[in-house]
Design a protein around this ligand. Structure first.
Ligand code: ADP
Ligand code: MG
Length: 559
């Protein structure tokens, strides 16, 4: 056997371990869900690899997870015959965190247990959660298809370093031995473990097997399957409890918190697939990172094909998580094939609609819950009108804005609410854009609207002006930027107002000319307006010119 090597954890791993142990000790039991989830993922990957080469099974094709414990030794052992890991895999997966942005994320941690446990939910806990209950962890593993001498033994006390050595291992797959801390010995118990498996891992696709409890008659213990072991999405909706949907979400999304809502659908006919889509309650820390994983878990005829299949949803719905199981695609489907496949396109169109409808339903049924969604993901939804022109009306219905109606910066006014409050004779939806809420709110452009009691939407997110470039109307009402062109207040503007304007223009003709000459080529036109009540003058943008905010963005980009 080769010699043992000691390696240090990546700094981020050390920080995560520290954080986890201190912020999740009241949630100890989730370590089992995480490890079973990994074992199930490894079995999924094994089955997928065997589609191309069933020699990889080495004669052992019944994929399963074994859970054992030893009360005397205070250990729990979780073994799978999944894909296993090579030495390189082990060093990478159990020594580093590969997600970019992790270091910045970990800097935000405060040391406040409650706050940090929420943050860690955005991150996901994974394998390292074993150290919440363990003072030492052994991992024995061998990757499918590699020689028996190339097994690996990894060991760590979770305190900054781990050892790794090559070992002979007959069985492929991974075996994890948890040496329980004195304060976690309660887990070396058959009844407790059975309960946890039922609670957290009932509907993963593979059996979790335990030895039966000893009986009074002194019978030999037998192997028993503890969980239901049917993939959740394959069951009829009526047979699934909310709790089960929630647990399944945590398994597939690597999330720590309950999802906000979900939608489970079986589609038959021209297309034949099942989808189970979830909206998380909280945005992941790397939502704006272009390389962050996104997309659905893809199965073909119940066989796992890949994680992060991004072709099934548009970018602006990247927060949605879930599973799609198709009966039309081939088991040999690759990412390249997914990119231009008519079936995939049809499923994507349907799933996009499904997510939008699910959100729209939530907004009608429970405004408070919807507001939570908007606060987390609204900025991403705002990318929608540009990316998905065909659904822009639907997306517009989901938008929420700050408004002069509330006068507050919270984005909680829908276009439907705005339309309901429109004045007699008002035909347009008015909005103002600015760098920040206060600047918008105190803009002289709002004076006339205030006077007439007309509501104006206040847009001050960076993306807003760009988004409005893709929205012309909603519910047959045009959008109008109040800082643009000749303000047409429709019938809200009285004959008297108009007459007044014309007379003033006539009366101040000379003054207007003089101002225009003084400003020479810096303005296109100088005119009398009704849009002001207190301020003497304001700048307006032409109907077809770039907006003021957009101009600033372009200038900042050096254009
Ligand atoms: P995640 O599951 O979100 O990827 P984890 O921290 O749970 O993160 O696991 C890290 C990685 O370690 C996994 O992505 C996988 O590659 C590897 N791994 C963990 N457990 C196993 C296992 N039982 N069999 C094979 N690989 C595993
Ligand atoms: Mg995991």
């Amino acid at each position: 056997e080769s010699k043992k090597e000691t390696l240090g954890f990546q700094t981020e791993v050390k920080q995560l371990l520290h954080l986890m142990i201190h912020s999740l000790y009241s949630n100890k039991e989730i370590f089992l869900r995480e490890l079973i989830s990994n074992a199930s993922d490894a079995a999924d990957k094994m089955r997928f690899a065997a589609v191309k080469d069933d020699g990889l099974y080495e004669g052992d094709s019944e994929l399963q997870i074994r859970l054992d414990f030893d009360k005397e030794a205070n250990t729990i052992t979780l073994a799978d015959n999944g894909i296993g890991m090579s030495r390189e895999d082990v060093v990478q997966n159990l020594g580093t965190i590969a997600r970019s942005g992790t270091a910045e994320f970990l800097k935000q941690l405060s040391g406040d247990e409650k706050k940090d446990s929420k943050l860690i939910g955005q991150f996901g806990v994974g394998f390292y959660s074993a150290f919440i209950v363990a003072d030492k962890v052994d991992v024995f593993t061998r990757r499918a298809g590699t020689p028996v001498e190339e097994g690996v033994h990894w060991q760590s006390a979770g305190d900054g370093e781990f050892t790794i050595e090559q070992v002979t291992r007959e069985k492929r797959g991974t075996e994890i031995v948890i040496h329980l801390k004195p304060e976690a010995t309660e887990f070396a118990d058959g009844f407790r473990l059975r309960n946890l498996v039922k609670k957290y891992s009932d509907h993963i696709s593979f059996p979790v097997i335990m030895k039966s409890e000893p009986t009074e008659e002194g019978e030999e213990p037998k192997d028993e399957t503890v969980n239901d072991a049917t993939a959740l999405w394959t069951l009829p909706r009526t047979e699934i409890k909310d709790e089960e949907y929630k647990e399944f979400y945590k398994h597939i999304a690597h999330d720590f918190e309950d999802p906000l809502i979900w939608s489970h659908n079986k589609v038959e006919g021209k297309l034949d697939y099942t989808s189970l889509l979830y909206i998380p309650a909280r945005a992941p820390f790397d939502m704006y990172n272009r390389d962050a994983p996104r997309g659905l878990k893809l199965y073909v005829q119940r066989v796992f094909i890949m994680d992060d299949a991004e072709q099934f949803l548009p970018l602006y719905l990247r927060f949605a998580k879930g599973v799609v199981d198709s009966n039309d695609l081939s088991l040999n489907v690759s990412r390249e094939i997914l990119q231009n496949d008519a079936t995939v396109d049809s499923i994507r169109t349907a799933l996009t609609k499904r997510v939008l409808d699910m959100l729209s339903k939530l907004s009608k049924k429970d405004a408070d819950e919807y507001q939570k969604f908007w606060n987390e993901f609204g900025a991403v939804i705002k990318e929608g009108p540009a990316e998905d022109f065909s659904n822009r009306e639907k997306i517009a219905g989901l938008l929420r804005f700050a408004s002069t109606h509330t006068g507050e910066s919270a984005q909680n006014v829908s276009l439907d609410q705005y339309i309901e409050r429109m004045k007699e004779g008002q035909s347009k939806i008015y909005y103002i854009t600015a760098d920040n809420f206060m600047a918008a709110k105190s803009s002289p452009h709002l004076e006339v609207f205030r006077k007439k009691g007309i509501e104006v939407l206040i847009l001050s997110d960076r993306i807003d002006e760009w988004m409005m470039g893709y929205l012309n109307e909603y519910n047959e009402k045009q959008f109008q930027d109040v800082a643009r062109g000749d303000l047409d207040l429709g019938e809200v503007e009285t004959e008297e107002d108009k007459k007044h304007k014309e007379e003033a223009a006539e009366e101040h003709k000379d003054l207007l000319e003089r101002i225009k000459t003084a400003l020479t080529d810096r303005v296109q036109e100088v005119r009398v307006t009704n849009r002001l009540t207190d301020s003497p003058a304001c700048l307006v943008t032409g109907d077809f010119d770039m907006g003021a905010q957009m101009k600033k963005i372009m200038e900042a980009a050096g254009q």
